[in-house]
Each structure stands twice: as C-alpha cells, then as structure tokens.
Design a protein around this ligand. Structure first.
Ligand code: SAM
Length: 346
C-alpha cells in the first residue's frame, strides 16, 4: 500500500496479491492513506452530481443488468428534452452544478435530439457541467455531443479481462469496442470516467489487478466502482452480491493510484450498506450522485434488486446528505467539481 502511494502504481502480481490477501488492518491503513491523499487535493469537499435517468430502453443484453433488453418485466420509459430540462431546473435550485444524463443504449435518441438537449441545458445553466452516460456510440456521434457542449462522459469498462468480459456480455459486445469508445472520448477532449463492478461472477483478484492497470494506462478523470448486485430476472440473478469491504478497498487503492480522480460513493454501495456513502468517503471517494429523475420513473430504472432511490439517494433529501457528510467530517459544496488536473475551456 505504501509502495502504491509512493509510485502510484504496482506490478500486476503485486496488485493481485494485495487484493487477494488484504485483511482488516490493510483496509484501515489503505482507507487512512486514501483520506489523506484525497484531502491533499480536494480538502474535505464533496461534489454532488444530479443524476437524470433518461431512458430505461436498452438494446444491450449485459447479463447483470436489470434494464437489459432480455428483462421482460422491466417497465420502459423515455424522458423528452422538456422533462430533462425541468429536472435540471429543479436540481439547479437545490444546488447542483453538474447534471449527469444517464440511460440505456436507446437508438430513439438521435444525435440531433441529444445535441439539442445539451444545448438547451447549457443555455439555461452556463455555469453547469453536463456529463453523459449513454453507452457505446460512434466517434462521430461523440464528437457532435462534445461540440454541443457536453463536458464529461462516463463509460465503465466493466472488466479489463477479455475472458471475464465475454462471460458477462453477449458475444456482440466486446472489450475491444468498449476500449475504442474510451480512447475516442479521451481523444475528443471529454473528461472521461471509467470503472467496474466489484464481485461480479467469475471475477478474480487477477481481474481486479487488470482493472487497476487498465485504469492506470487510460488515466481517467473519474472512476466509478460499485458492488455487483443481482437482479432477479437476469442470467446472473441467483449470484451473490459483491462485498462491501472489497469495494471500499478498491476505492482506496484507486485513490492512491489516481490521486486527483473524481470518485463517487455509488448508489450500489449505498444500497448494500446503509452507511455506504459515508464509508465510501472515508475510503477516498469525493463525489455523490443523488437521483434527480422524475419521481414516477425512478422505480422503473432498476439496474439491480432493491436499488435505493429514496432517503439520501434522492436529490430532494440533500439536507440529510449534507448533515451526514458533515457528521463524517466532509462538506457538500455547490460547485461544478471539475477534475483539478484539467483546464476547463468553456
Ligand atoms: N448504458 C450506459 C453504459 O453502459 O455505460 C449507462 C447505463 S449502465 C446501466 C450504468 C452502469 O450500471 C454500468 O456501467 C454497470 O456497471 C452498472 N450496473 C448495471 N447492472 C448492475 C448490477 N446488477 N449491479 C451493479 N451495477 C450494475
């Protein structure tokens, strides 16, 4: 852990050994170092992002995901630009300065519809950042979205192990294409987020070591790491959920490897552990993404069973989030919360 902090990387076998054998003392030590490094770069600030779940239609069939095309019971909905704008307006009043537009891969949304939506958000709130998380698209499409004003893009690589990737996804979805998207997004100029689930079926310490090394080489501005949680109607519905301590350990190692990264304490972590968000902060996270979607669609964007969307997950409960963060030694701020190593040109 000390070597990782000093050199900001490890060899593959060192990562695998550390991840495969850590104990409570290692977790506490990594957490303490991650807190120190986070504090050095971001103080005790917690950045908030308002999450707008655009659509629950998805053409993909990821074997873990509750909105995958094969999940027959999933209720499908789409938001239009006016609805998204009104979520952002509500979020702005609550103190959000970043909006994350996330959804399944839904061909209904043409480049033109998305660029129009992005321009309208940026026109109404020029002091806000727009983050997209809409899956794999062509380079030309990403270029248009960037041109329209989108600042950031989240696309988890999910797992950097080819074999593991092919077990979690149908054959048409490949790790190579996922990486192509991430490279294009970086090259175009987005602040890019990637990441992975912890405890997905067949994941080994070696898979996680590969995730770390892939992220080191990509050098993303943001990293999303959350536990896998089964969804009863998917192929992996009977598998065990990921482990909270391993998730916290991976968050801490990521902070040590990428000291300036923006790292959320995810909703999935908050779903498995009622203090998950606070524990995430104590292990190096510095972002939370409360849900700003219209109330009636929140229960339709169910990526996994028992997904939290009330309480501190809800944007309306920001005051309770503020309070619990204060009690844990952190401070929710009204800020775009850009990556500190990136010069923002617009
Ligand atoms: N379609 C976009 C994409 O692929 O990036 C964004 C939406 S996708 C549902 C967002 C993330 O949810 C995925 O990157 C995945 O890691 C996570 N996710 C999906 N199913 C999950 C599950 N069962 N447990 C935990 N996380 C899950």
């Amino acid at each position: 852990i000390r070597k990782l902090e000093m050199e900001q990387s490890l060899e593959m076998d060192e990562f695998a050994r550390l991840i495969g054998t850590f104990d409570r003392e290692d977790l506490e030590y990594a957490g303490e170092r991650a807190r120190t490094v986070r504090k050095m770069h971001y103080g005790n600030k917690v950045y908030i992002r308002g999450l707008v779940e655009l659509t629950s239609y998805c053409r993909c069939g990821c074997h873990y995901c509750g909105i995958g095309s094969a999940v027959k019971s999933a209720e499908r909905y789409r938001l239009d630009a006016d609805q998204v704008l009104s979520c952002c307006e509500n979020g702005y009043q609550l103190g959000f300065r970043t909006f994350v537009i996330q959804g399944g891969e839904d061909p209904h949304y043409s480049d033109g519809m998305l660029t129009d939506m992005i321009r309208r958000i940026k026109d109404s709130h020029p002091d806000c950042a727009v983050t997209l998380s809409l899956g794999e698209r062509s380079r030309e499409s990403y270029e248009k979205l960037f041109e329209a004003g989108a600042d950031r893009y989240l696309l988890r690589h999910e797992t950097a192990d080819e074999e593991h990737y092919s077990r979690l996804h149908p054959a048409v979805q490949t790790l190579k294409e996922r990486k192509r998207c991430l490279c294009d997004l970086k090259d175009i100029g987005f602040q890019v987020g990637t990441g992975f689930m912890v405890g997905s079926p067949w994941q080994t310490a070696e898979c996680l070591a590969k995730d770390m090394l892939f992220m080191k080489s990509l050098d993303p501005e943001m990293v999303g790491i959350g536990p896998f949680i089964p969804h009863h109607e998917t192929l992996l519905g009977n598998e065990k959920p990921g482990n909270v301590d391993l998730t916290l350990f991976m968050l801490a190692l990521t902070r040590l490897m990428l000291p300036k990264a923006l790292i959320p304490a995810t909703t999935a972590l908050g779903t498995l552990d009622q203090n998950g968000r606070e524990k995430g902060m104590l292990h190096g996270a510095n972002v939370v993404m409360p849900n700003l979607s219209p109330m009636d669609v929140r229960k339709k964007y169910l990526l996994y069973d028992n997904k939290a969307f009330t309480g501190s997950e809800a944007a309306e409960s920001l005051s309770s989030l503020r309070k619990s963060m204060n009690e844990t030694g952190f401070r929710v701020v009204v800020d775009r919360g850009d990556h500190i190593g990136t010069s923002v040109k617009r």
